[in-house]
Write a protein that binds this ligand. Sequence first.
Ligand SMILES: [Zn+2]
Length: 280
Amino acid sequence: MSWFTRKEKGINTPTELKKETPDGLWHKCSNCKKVMHTREHKANAYTCIHCNYHEKIGSDEYFELLFDGNTFTELDADMSSSDPLQFVDSKPYLSRIAATQKKTDKKDAVRTAYGPVNGLEIVVGCMDFDFIGGSMGSVVGEKIARAIDHALANKIPFLMISRTGGARMMEAGFSLMQMAKTSAKLALLAEAKIPYVSLLTDPTTGGVTASYAMLGDFNISEPGALIGFAGPRVIRETIGKDLPKDFQSAEFVLEHGFLDFIVDRKELKTRLTSLFTMLK
Ligand SMILES: [Zn+2]
């Protein structure tokens, strides 16, 4: 009776159907490849419970980690890019923007908001790498400038979380102008003696490193983050020498005096609170 005896050897379920658990229940670490419960990973501030690898996260996650009860008021939430240069690469810039907005559910590569962090009111800007490599165009520059204005007007500290490849190629000179604009605004903040902390996450490179990311009263970083201006290949070719091991890692950059300290993401909120309280 073929109903009761298996006529074919082996079990022929295709791999994609072999799902014993629903999608999203497990998280696989991108570094050590070990698996943990998604809930456990989130409770650990999106760091690996095995190797402490800091998973790359965006504004949604940082806002939830920092603001008390995830309560915050977003600034300029609807600001969106125009196309000053009518730039076309593999597709027109505006179609790229529209497609990325749809894919990421974000308007551009930075979100800014204010709210309580352990009861202390703070303005936070956070970049989203998923949005065209977290590149800095006019919208990113303008939103950061206005977030600084908000900090100035209300005399509250400013925290900027960077994760970026640098300036946005499709806006050429307009992107580069954001470096000057954000730096000038930060100078006003410094003049008013309002604290600014810059958190550099993996990766922070290019025009962002060369402007607001390195202008903090404190420049801090997450462990293992790649921090640099130009990429290692460009530097190797320019100086004609091999580069040291771990070149451009947060630890290397700290050792060479460009960072104040490295903070584990699980301690970020506590460390920031004591830092801002001390600077007040
Ligand atoms: Zn791991």
